[in-house]
Ligand binder design. Sequence first.
Ligand SMILES: Nc1nc2c(c(=O)[nH]1)N[C@H]1C(S)=C(S)[C@@H](COP(=O)(O)OP(=O)(O)OC[C@H]3O[C@@H](n4cnc5c(=O)[nH]c(N)nc54)[C@H](O)[C@@H]3O)O[C@H]1N2
Ligand SMILES: Nc1nc2c(c(=O)[nH]1)N[C@H]1C(S)=C(S)[C@@H](COP(=O)(O)OP(=O)(O)OC[C@H]3O[C@@H](n4cnc5c(=O)[nH]c(N)nc54)[C@H](O)[C@@H]3O)O[C@H]1N2
Ligand code: SF4
Ligand SMILES: [Mo]
Length: 762
Amino acid sequence: MTDPIKTLCPYCGVGCGLEVSPPAIPGKTVNRDKQGTPIWQARGDRTHPSSQGMVCVKGATIAESLHKDRLLHPMVRDSLDEPFRRATWDEALGRVVDRIQTVRATKGADALCMYGSGQFNTEDYYVAQKLMKGFLGTNNFDANSRLCMSSAVAGYVQSFGADGPPCCYDDLDVTDCAFLIGTNAAECHPILFNRLRKHHKQNKHVKLIVVDPRKTQTAEVADLHLAIQPGTDIDLLNGLAYLLLYRGYLDSVFVTKHTSHFTAFAEVIEDYTPDVVAKRCGISKEDLETAARYWGESQRVLSMWSMGVNQSSEGTAKVRSIINLHLMTGQIGKPGAGPFSLTGQPNAMGGREAGGLSHLLPGYRSVKNPQHRAEVEQFWGLEPGQIAAQPGRTAWDMITGLEEGAVEFLWIAATNPVVSMPDLERTKRALLRSPFTVYQEAYYPTETTPYAHVLLPAAQWSEAPGTMTNSERRVTLCPQFRTPPGEARADWVIFAEVARRLGFGKPFTFNGAADVHAEFVQLTRDRPCDMTGISHDRLRHEGPLQWPCTKGEDEGNIIQTEKGRFRFPSFIRNPQKLSASRLAAKRLYANRRFYTPDGRAHFAAYHSRGLAEPPDDNYPYVLTTGRLYGHWHTQTRTGRVDKISQMYDGPFIEIHPRDASALGIEDGGWLEVRSQRGIARFPAKITTAITRKTVFVPMHWGALWAKQAEANALTHATACPDSLQPELKACAVQLVPVAPEADGATSDPAMALGTLLPPLFV
Ligand SMILES: Nc1nc2c(c(=O)[nH]1)N[C@H]1C(S)=C(S)[C@@H](COP(=O)(O)OP(=O)(O)OC[C@H]3O[C@@H](n4cnc5c(=O)[nH]c(N)nc54)[C@H](O)[C@@H]3O)O[C@H]1N2
Ligand SMILES: Nc1nc2c(c(=O)[nH]1)N[C@H]1C(S)=C(S)[C@@H](COP(=O)(O)OP(=O)(O)OC[C@H]3O[C@@H](n4cnc5c(=O)[nH]c(N)nc54)[C@H](O)[C@@H]3O)O[C@H]1N2
Ligand code: SF4
Ligand SMILES: [Mo]
């Protein structure tokens, strides 16, 4: 019997290890789904250090979705109102290459854009950067991480001088106080949350604080739930800073030796007295005091956050305000402590390492830094000045670029923007104007399919090898163990082929994904994310590895001491000493030296600005949006898994009983939700889990899965000025009860499809 194959769950950024076995194991019955198709079996990998054998329902059922409704062949059409026709790869890529050349010659490279995804492998990201930013010379590559992690990236860079979550999952087992803000980890990072919860249950002194306007499953088990008004996080964080300062919890040695800009911060927090903060946040002064006391009295404080913080018009300021609390109490660089952004997608981390946002270059470099550009140009063998000095278009700027006619070629891959982008009606209108859109996707159809001129079938996870990095900086190899269906090809293979057809030749000739990876890691040498010691081979033989990790040395071999970085001498092979050193290197900033020019972490002084679109008389409710445990984003996989689709009846809107009775609506009654931009309809779920005047809808139901239940029909694109991440977590809406029979949700993709797509083939 063959051993199971070790890989990584391709859903969330927890990055759990999976073991997969073929459908037919000799001596056992063949594993089949309900329709009778043989499917691989997936279970937790006990040897994976990040997850230790655990998986949630998504990871456990992944194999069920892999073969269903796949895009099998390239398809092309001349205009969006024509049906697609099947094409050969040669013809489809010929069209793509011709269009790139024409647009480049007539409008310049800045009329070309690529919109990618945290669901790429690192290898896909890397080849895309080399093509777009290097050889084509435009920084117009952005990823859906712009809607997801970019505020965390900007916050880390501004406070510490470099991106990179400083903590690791072992911190979950040793912290004394977990401060979870804007994260519903119980549903969205379940395995990580289970680990924290176990520690919390077993140790009475451990405190769990949750800050969320909703009483989520995460908040249910908290010692203290601060149900703040949406958008008042900075008030709360500054209010906690005020109390930590005036109740004597300041670590003045840490502040003096390792930080700067404290005075400006101390001046700002003067305004955030408990009275003011309690009132603005809509919480009691007692709860605020309790939170400050839990934090102040704990030896080790670990904060965790995700979209309730990042998806905000002041997202970077929120991230930096969290970091401020760690700096003022010296809670960083030691076990059980630190600011820990929980990464959303499976490989958003790898995307950051490979330079996969429009202002980044590989190896945690910035397009704005002349030395960084020169290093990458030299490495790629390009003329000096080939990489543009200005950041490229963000995801949303690509949409406005289409509106203005400035974007003439858009290549979308591994994301489904016709569900996930803000201000969806505007997004759709802009996409309809696109002169040429390439959509490189695993499934057919998705909501974005009708907006493409060329469809390129992508091999997905399990069908092409590659690496992904999880939230704790741990890189796992995802080997190929299934054959891609039809003519599907790996994303990076497609990018490299287009590059060669464009005449860029040898730099895009790779001997497989391992070769791409080997080239990429050279660009991380001596960078904060140094991975020169990681290779496909080593991952295959030794299992997942955490960076920093340099060549020829052990994982996490760079030890950070008070005096600076030094490499663990390779002749020391004493396993005990080694594990002690690994422990020390699991965390960034253990030496308290930061990547800023002065080596100190920077405090940030921010006043709260609140929501970009606060409620008013016309639109009196705040709508917030988010996720459910079973579903993944736009359902391309989870919607096709029976067990998961049976967990949910369909979309809904959460509303407080008092708001519901004011509107005269009962549980299950239909509400039309209107914002300044669009309309959607949902049955009401009446619950005290949500604060008054706030309503919640899940983001998972696009037009293929339900009728008029798109969260993003309502949202707006106003973004954080630093991270350019849109405020997907809040917009102002009005609620109008509508007759129950007015509309019924459909979960039958085929039904919705008829109204969406022209006939598929001629
Ligand atoms: N099951 C499942 N898991 C997933 C995903 C999935 O689709 N499904 N997606 C993955 C991805 S890409 C991501 S980014 C993560 C997201 O993970 P999370 O960020 O945990 O998920 P969300 O539900 O988007 O939002 C989190 C919480 O933010 C709260 N919130 C809204 N407004 C505010 C505010 O103003 N302040 C505060 N403090 N909180 C606020 C919401 O009430 C919500 O409970 O999940 C990952 N994991
Ligand atoms: N209102 C609201 N909107 C949101 C959010 C929110 O909280 N509220 N969250 C935002 C966030 S954090 C995120 S991350 C985004 C997620 O939004 P999307 O990125 O649009 O969501 P997914 O459904 O994960 O889309 C991934 C697509 O890639 C395809 N795919 C899978 N594997 C591969 C592959 O290997 N290659 C290729 N080429 N394709 C593949 C899948 O079939 C799917 O269509 O949504 C954002 N939008
Ligand atoms: S917690 Fe995330 S990575 Fe782990 S099995 Fe669930 S979806 Fe996959
Ligand atoms: Mo995300």
